[in-house]
Design a protein around this ligand. Structure first.
Ligand code: ADP
Ligand code: ZN
Length: 740
């Protein structure tokens, strides 16, 4: 017989190391690991003078590396990154201009990445079957066997010994005699250990829900379905559609991922899913303990969970057979991560669904304009739910012109007369009130308290940002600068100045107006403690609080049937953010706030106080006219090449030395502007609206471009030729949402 001489092939692994470098490195796979190392395995490798950990992203037979070193140790052969997740983060790294190592850190929970992260173990004793019991057993030994038999043959060792009242030694003797065995098993940490749920059954659907569900079910059969935009007002039964679509996914022997905004990931939300699907739910939640997160992640990876619910990062859940993704409240800005990789979980969800060939449902009462535009150009399918499933009336929304109120009182007021009257009335009827003060980021516009005039940039249609240190008004889109007028340019009122105030002051004012009311405040200050949030909500639910004052934190998804009055104290605060999405955010906020009122038997009333009552966002929100708002807003976006008609990239420059930060960003802007690049609009370098944070100065440049690729390339080219001092950090935010 003729043996062909095999030249032993060397195997290499391409490894992303846990170090801030922009590329992967090739290592030799030592023979002893050859069979075990797979894509996603965790390894320890020599890196310069030290050893670092990393993940194998590819196995290759050839390398261009000059002197590849062998992998030092196989830390864990498990595929921490499966093909699908790896493909997804490879896309993220390219699209968002992030490093693979950052993407891996985002995709894998810290509890899973951590060295020594492991399951909690427990020891069990098991009676071996068909053994003749010797007669010479001691009393304790006999007792152990009896208890075990009564327990059905297996028991955890700790309670077994406790019940038998013995030490471990009789157990060990029994094991030696071959009458029982002990073994170590995994004890999963169950975040729901102490909760029970009443099972719910699928509801008979309303016609529009049925149509939506049918289309989604049809999409499941298609090899590459379009994303679905489920557009329905609050209470239209979107969640019921998700639940029934998920049930179909499970029946197909596949898994579903459900994303909800972090703030909405409450026990209430999760319990609706638990009530339908029981234990087959896994939750990825920042409130879980490290151990729970570790166990949930592995449970998901091994296919032990049918449905994964989580915030943003749950989109990386390693489900073995993805059949459906749901992104609830898809317009929520919190889906965008603010640190690298600066990904948008909704857009990543759309990409993951595309790669997996499964449907993705984006649900919202106020879809993001990006999503709406994708419907208009045929990329997404629109499934509307026009009616409320619970047959409740939408509340009456009243817009109050605060200029008129100011005139009537001879000075600006915090509460309109009608709103105060309505609050009185609700207190007497023992109904509850919510008051919102929107304070997204920080209030930084100048508003005239008399006429509501807000200074705007003439070429960009965004509010000027008030910069106290520079004593100037700046447009941070184009960099245009204006000195602060001594009096209001419109009405001549000299009180024209910064007029921001916070929830704390608001609470004090309400208390003064309504001395007998029980008032609580909910904002980042009062909810800092572990259960702060739940405690306040609990008290409100139990009607121990009459009026809840808060930031947008209380606007989302909460259900309090006894709330019949909602007031938005100063709608202009969100309207005049120096952000081209200010109108969109205001519309969303009013809609959401309105959704809080009248969820019970009594129908609700909503007051929107504003100095600019005729603004489109406010007028259309009052009429619940999303499409009317969108039509106007899209026209404005198109004219100025804002998203969704272009991609917006925000370049950040940050450092402790302002002169250096400014100089670096200005050089960078000049490099990008000259010579001009076709199809790329470059702003000047400007101080960010939040110009200094924690003693770090912040400058930014805005890029607008038809394609991300073009803008990223320009950014990278400039980065190679413009010297950036070591003290200045630079970053790119693709499809930026937060422009502060
Ligand atoms: P959304 O998610 O759009 O805000 P939900 O799914 O929470 O709406 O539904 C609002 C309310 O209507 C819930 O109490 C839900 O149980 C109820 N509901 C939803 N669909 C139906 C239906 N087909 N028949 C009766 N009630 C329904
Ligand atoms: Zn401008």
């Amino acid at each position: 017989m003729h043996h062909q001489m095999d030249t032993p092939t060397t195997h290499f692994a391409r490894v992303v190391v846990d170090v801030a470098v922009d590329r992967a490195f090739d290592y030799i796979i030592p023979n002893q690991y050859n069979d075990q190392i797979q894509i996603g395995s965790r390894v320890s490798v020599p890196f310069g003078p030290r050893y670092v950990q990393g993940y194998v992203i590819e196995r290759i037979t050839q390398t261009t590396a000059k002197a590849p070193k062998p992998i030092a140790k196989l830390v864990s052969p498990i595929a921490y990154l499966d093909d699908q997740v790896l493909q997804l983060i490879t896309w993220i790294a390219a699209y968002y201009g992030a490093r693979m190592e950052q993407c891996i850190r985002t995709a894998l929970p810290g509890a899973v990445r951590k060295q020594g992260a492991s399951f909690r173990e427990q020891q069990q004793a098991r009676l071996l079957p068909d053994k003749t019991i010797p007669t010479n057993l001691t009393e304790s030994q006999q007792r152990i066997l009896d208890i075990l038999r009564d327990a059905g043959g297996t028991m955890l060792i700790a309670p077994l010994l406790q019940t038998a009242g013995t030490s471990r030694s009789p157990l060990q003797t029994l094991e030696r005699k071959g009458l029982l065995e002990t073994r170590t098993t995994i004890r999963p940490r169950d975040p729901f250990a102490n909760s029970t749920f009443l099972r719910t059954e699928p509801l008979p659907l309303m016609p529009s829900q049925q149509t939506a569900l049918d289309k989604i079910l049809a999409a499941m059969q298609s090899p590459n379905p379009k994303p679905v935009l489920l557009y329905g007002v609050t209470g239209s039964g979107k969640t019921e559609v998700y639940l029934q679509a998920i049930a179909a996914t499970i029946a197909n022997d596949q898994q579903a991922i459900v994303l909800v905004p972090e703030i909405a990931l409450t026990p209430q939300t999760v319990s609706r899913f638990r009530a339908r699907f029981g234990d087959r739910i896994a939750v990825l939640h920042s409130h879980l303990s490290e151990g729970e997160r570790h166990d949930e992640w592995h449970r998901i990876r091994t296919g032990d969970a049918d449905v994964v619910i989580g915030a943003r990062s749950a989109i990386f859940a390693p489900v073995p057979k993805l059949g459906l993704i749901v992104v609830d409240e898809e317009h929520e800005p919190s889906y965008k991560q603010s640190d690298a990789p600066r990904y948008h979980a909704r857009d990543v969800a759309v990409m993951r669904a595309h790669q997996a060939g499964c449907p993705v449902i984006l649900g919202s009462a106020t879809p993001a304009l990006e999503s709406w535009y994708n419907v208009q150009r045929g990329k997404y399918t629109l499934l509307p739910l026009p009616d409320r499933a619970d047959y409740r009336q939408m509340p009456a929304i009243r817009v109050v012109d605060m200029r008129v109120e100011a005139e009537r009182n001879g000075q600006p007021v915090i509460f309109a007369k009608d709103l105060l009257g309505a609050m009185h009335e609700r207190l007497q009827r023992k109904e509850q009130v919510m008051l919102f003060l929107n304070r997204r980021g920080f209030a930084s516009s100048l508003v005239c308290p008399q006429c509501g005039y807000v200074s705007e940039c003439t070429s960009c249609s965004v509010s000027h940002t008030y910069h106290k240190t520079l004593h100037a008004l700046i447009c941070h889109i184009c960099g245009g600068r204006k000195t602060i007028p001594a009096k209001c340019p419109k009405c001549g009122d000299p009180a024209f100045r910064y007029t921001g105030f916070g929830t704390q002051r608001l609470e004090a004012i309400v208390q003064k107006c309504l001395p007998h009311a029980r008032i609580a405040r909910m904002d980042t200050d009062t909810t800092r403690g572990k259960d702060g949030y739940e405690k306040i909500l609990g008290a409100f639910r139990d009607r121990k609080i009459d009026i809840l004052v808060g930031t947008q934190m209380i606007a989302k998804g909460l259900h309090f049937p006894n709330v019949t009055l909602v007031g938005m104290v100063f709608a202009d605060m969100s309207l005049h953010m120096p952000d081209f999405r200010a109108g969109e955010r205001t519309f969303q906020l009013i809609t959401q706030v309105a959704g809080r009122a009248g969820r019970g038997e009594v129908s609700g009333e909503v007051f929107i106080q504003t100095y600019t009552p005729h603004h489109t966002a406010i007028q259309t929100a009052r009429d619940l006219d999303f499409e009317g708002f969108v039509a106007e807003e899209l026209a404005f976006r198109k004219e100025l090449s804002y998203p969704p008609f272009a991609h917006l990239l925000c370049l950040h420059f940050r450092g402790a030395n302002e002169a250096e930060v400014r100089y670096a960003s200005e050089c960078f802007a000049r490099k990008l502007q000259t010579p001009p690049i076709t199809n790329l609009i470059v702003s000047d370098a400007t101080p960010a609206p939040l110009a200094k944070a924690k003693n770090i100065y912040r400058y930014q440049i805005m890029l607008r471009s038809k394609t991300v690729r073009l803008a990223l390339r320009a950014y990278r080219d400039a980065a190679t030729s413009v010297p950036i001092p070591k003290t200045v950090t630079m970053a790119v935010d693709v499809d930026a949402i937060d422009l502060m």
